[in-house]
Design a binder for this molecule. Structure first.
Ligand SMILES: [Zn+2]
Length: 942
């Protein structure tokens, strides 16, 4: 069956191309819709996860075209950065696993894979493969605006952007910790790591415990405020340690820590040692002056912090449990927390029934104590008496005074900040950065560390004014799903300086500093503007060197005059005006689409950079962030070999069934589980739609519309109204369910009720086909042609089919009658004849709608009937009640006459219709007077 859909698609894709259906030109006076989706990295082929995001963008573009807007959906390719280089290197080195993955998953032929050691060859290969996949999938992309991020025009654009940011003081140089691959010697972000894991950089406070013989033991802690309560240190006796020169001291740290610290400062290893060598040594707490012993503990992980840990049993469940195992119990209380006694750690360990230091429940206990103390804890007033016991007067009093002021009685949060700063400033401690969500691996397989870069270029996302502007845009713009706003606001809060340039990789050189290349999450933030102008730049053969600051300032910001810019660039003023007009037509962007994984990075940077560069009238209007795509319930990953490339999926199912499945299997923000069986079911459904429309066209007759014909048109009109609303609200699944399933059911029901369809059914089908076009565009074009639509379905205006409430009421009324007949106990296979007595006083029913018996009486109903009628109308559903309200005249007898063949077929009996007020009609079983408007009298005979 996929063959059928592929051939159909190829035919229409060719015609779209020939007619340039998706190459819009600005049309002043007509509104526009400009949507983009995150361009792909061509370091592999795109898969159905990309396909889902692109489909949603395409559906929006196509829907807005039907709404009469000039609709633009362009696409480019992101060559920037190191992912392409890294893969090419790995292939050049002959890595069997990667080569096999590429051949097996992406279907790369063996002779091609050998050439992929060349990064540009690799990028171009997947660029072309992905582009073919997008075309085959039926995306209505304007390829006249296609570019790669290493094109010279793009580079000039990015250089302009960075000069702008620098002049606004948003690019800074300085010392800053970054995630770092030791093998590649370069910063790494989420895009460079395995599984796209963003390295979480955290900070330990180091506290220097000295042994009086020239050795310092720096403990690493996240809770420096507990330093006055240290009873001992822990060291792992079996782990490797070193004695190293560090920060001007001889320090003992784990060998692993020495390696990690070497990226953050000078580390000179003097000798190696085992942990046990230091067990039993006494060291002095620099905060209190107290001497404490180093104990052994196998729970100390040499890969975490320095491998030297301080023990605070009153407030750390692990420490308490370990000391209890050793038969030691000395508790120094520091923090008061409501709901706990003096020793929260002890209390929780005992309450949870923790057996020993290896009990897994300690994890939970630790979480509870830490979070309670951090959020609600206050330092005790007497902690100041613990500090500086070793200092002579007046030094001791001075230190205690400072601690009384900033530490004792303060919330834990504040006390922590104070003591951390105090330790560093008084030289009694330091800081150490670490990956808190370790292990995180570079794509090359090396574990990432934290490096402190001294002369790195950063975008200063920590700038408070910049953050404020970003928040304003987030508040203003539409978001799907709307709760993504909270996530954006949280990201804006924690975002700080971010490295924006690297010394390695493809991309744009920093204009003012040699040897730096703008990295990939920094050169992809405002490129949507570039789509708006690249077509004209090419049309007018403007050379890259003419794309100067004056050029972009004028085109994007309206700064300077075209004459002035023309003198500087050599581009004629009228050309500059034309490029600017094009930009002003398309910008701002109406919708930015991507997967939700890009919210904490790309999409947030997109917001920041727009507010920094453009005036508010050019700020983007909407973000759509869709959920993941799973396959048969599992995450897609190269190692599982279950990645489904888009071109392969198109081949397996055909583009329209694939689109239908990616639209219908989950609502936009939800994760979507792609299942083969579901894709095949959707293909069947589309096939059935194809057959159904063929049948309608071939058998339709020209007749005055009957109630049934009017009902179909009205039912379809109602469904399409819902579909329109769903598209507007980016409820793509909702739209797909209605247009592919519910509308189809209405047609099926209609065909089962009529002998032959009418021309009105053909009109309803035309309307239906336009509404289905955004989701199944190729099938829609084919059916549009079959129905004699003229032109392309893709370009047709949204249908103006109107619902006729009387026709809808007639159908609901007939369905109610059928139900009433079937509910009569005597009704059965033996029923030969059904006599129906109709009360044609519809105006009584309308009056009874108010619930007021008197109103019905006033309308002419006899008192008895009025009372029953009010009860009847109360019992009807909301939909029928509102139809009764909106319909002025309704002749039940006429409606039933029209539906008589359907009634007889459904009930399996002959049906006789009588006007209850017709004196000449027989009064079978006295049912004449039982008839109420909307509730006929019924008499069965066998
Ligand atoms: Zn690496």
């Amino acid at each position: 069956m996929s063959r059928f859909f592929i051939e159909l698609a190829e035919r229409w894709q060719r015609r779209w191309r020939e007619a340039k259906v998706f190459e819009p030109e600005p049309s002043p006076g007509t509104s526009k819709f400009f949507v983009t989706a995150a361009y792909p990295y061509p370091n592999g082929a795109i898969h159905i996860g990309h396909g889902r995001t692109y489909l949603i963008a395409d559906v929006l573009a196509r829907f807005n075209r039907h709404m009469g807007r000039v609709s633009l959906f362009p696409m480019g390719f992101h060559y920037t950065g190191t992912p392409i280089l890294t893969i090419a290197e790995v292939i050049a080195a002959g890595d069997k696993t990667v080569m096999e993955e590429y051949m097996e998953i992406y279907g790369v032929p063996e002779e091609e894979i050998r050439k992929m050691g060349d990064p540009l060859y690799l990028a171009r290969y997947f660029h072309q493969q992905s582009k073919r996949a997008m075309e085959g999938f039926g995306l209505g992309i304007d390829w006249t605006r296609e570019f790669t991020t290493i094109d010279p025009e793009y580079q000039r654009f990015i250089q302009w952007q960075f000069e702008k940011l620098r002049k606004k003081g948003l690019v800074v140089r300085g010392r800053h910790p970054v995630g770092w691959c030791p093998r590649h010697s370069m910063p790494v972000g989420a895009h460079d790591t395995k599984d796209d894991k963003e390295p979480d950089i955290g900070q330990w406070t180091l506290i220097y415990f000295a042994d009086g013989e020239g050795l310092t033991f720096p403990t690493a802690t996240l809770r420096p405020e507990t330093a006055p309560g240290v009873t001992n240190l822990w060291i792992n006796p079996d782990a490797d340690y070193v004695v190293a020169e560090l920060n001007g001291r001889r320090m003992v740290v784990s060998r692993d820590a020495a390696f990690r610290l070497s990226f953050q400062g000078e580390v000179k290893v003097l000798r190696e040692a085992r942990g046990r060598e230091f067990v039993g040594r006494w060291v002095q707490n620099p905060v209190t002056g107290e001497w404490v012993e180093i104990y052994e503990a196998r729970f100390v992980d040499p890969k975490v912090g320095t491998g030297v840990v301080m023990s605070v049993p009153a407030h750390a469940p692990y420490d308490y449990a370990a000391l209890r195992d050793m038969g030691l119990e000395r508790l120094i209380p520091l923090i008061k927390v409501e709901g706990y006694g003096e020793y929260p750690a002890k209390e929780v360990v005992e309450r949870m029934g923790v057996k020993s230091q290896t009990d897994p429940a300690l994890e939970e206990a630790t979480k509870e104590v830490y979070s309670a103390e951090y959020s609600r804890g206050v330092m005790r007033e007497d902690v100041a008496d613990l500090v500086a016991r070793h200092l002579p007067e007046p030094a001791r009093s001075m230190v205690r005074a400072v601690f009384k002021m900033y530490f004792a009685g303060r919330p834990v949060k504040e006390a922590r900040e104070f003591i951390s700063k105090w330790l560093v400033e008084s030289g009694l401690g330091g800081v150490m950065y670490d990956i808190m969500n370790k292990p995180v691996y570079c794509r090359c397989g090396t574990e990432i560390v934290v490096k402190v870069l001294e002369d790195q270029w950063f975008l200063n996302y920590g700038d408070p004014k910049w953050k404020e502007a970003a928040r304003r845009l987030i508040e203003e713009m539409a978001m799907v799903p709307s709760d993504a706003k909270a996530q954006f606001l949280a990201t804006v809060d924690w975002l700080d300086k971010r490295a924006c340039a690297r010394t390695r990789g493809l991309g744009t050189p920093l204009p003012w500093s040699q040897g730096w290349v703008v990295e990939s999450l920094s050169d992809s933030t405002i490129y949507m503007a570039f789509y708006a102008v690249i077509k004209k730049i090419r049309q007018f053969s403007i050379k890259p060197e003419q794309l100067t600051e004056e050029f972009w300032d004028y085109v994007f910001l309206g700064q300077g005059s075209p004459e002035e810019a023309a003198r500087r660039t050599g581009v004629p003023p009228e050309v500059l005006r034309a490029v600017k007009e094009e930009f002003d037509y398309w910008y701002p962007l109406d919708s930015r689409n991507s997967g939700k994984d890009l919210i904490p990075n790309h999409l947030t940077f997109f917001i920041f950079n727009h507010v920094a560069i453009f005036p508010s009238e050019k700020w983007p209007r909407q973000i759509v962030a869709n959920g993941w795509v799973l396959r048969e319930g599992e995450k897609m990953s190269k190692s599982k070999r279950n990645v489904l490339p888009l071109d392969r999926a198109v081949e397996m199912y055909g583009p329209d069934p694939l689109r239908a499945t990616l639209a219908i299997a989950a609502e936009v923000e939800q994760d979507l589980d792609f299942r083969d069986a579901e894709a095949r079911r959707n293909a069947q459904q589309l096939m059935a739609i194809y057959a159904l429309v063929q049948r309608i066209t071939q058998t339709a007759e020209d007749r005055a519309p009957s109630w049934l014909d009017l009902w179909l048109a009205s039912e379809v009109a109602q469904i399409l109204e819902r579909v329109k609303e769903a598209y507007q609200r980016v409820r793509v699944r909702q739209a797909a369910v209605d247009v592919l399933y519910n509308a189809k059911s209405a047609f099926d029901q209609y065909l089962s009720m009529v002998e032959r369809p009418s021309k009105l059914a053909v009109e309803a089908a035309k309307a239906w086909v336009i509404a289905m076009e955004p989701i199944a565009p190729h099938l829609a074009e084919e059916l549009w042609a079959v129905l004699g639509g003229g032109g392309f379905a893709a370009s047709a205006p949204w249908p103006s089919l109107k619902a006729d409430p009387a026709a809808l009421l007639a159908k609901r009324y007939v369905d109610m009658l059928i139900e009433d007949v079937k509910k009569i106990p005597a009704f059965g296979p033996g029923t030969r004849k059904v006599a129906v007595y109709v009360n044609r006083r519809f105006e009584w029913a309308k009056a009874a709608l108010s619930g007021d018996v008197r109103a019905a009486i006033q309308a002419g109903a006899p008192p008895q009937a009025a009372k029953r009628l009010v009860d009847l109308l109360k019992s009807l559903g909301e939909e029928v009640r509102s139809l009764v309200a909106s319909v002025e005249k309704f002749d039940e007898l006429e409606a039933l006459t029209s539906y008589k063949p359907y009634l007889e077929k459904t009930l399996g009996a002959s049906v006789e219709l009588y006007d209850a007020e017709d004196a000449s009609a027989p009064d079978l079983g006295g049912k004449k007077k039982a008839a109420l408007p909307l509730k006929p009298g019924i008499y069965l005979s066998s």
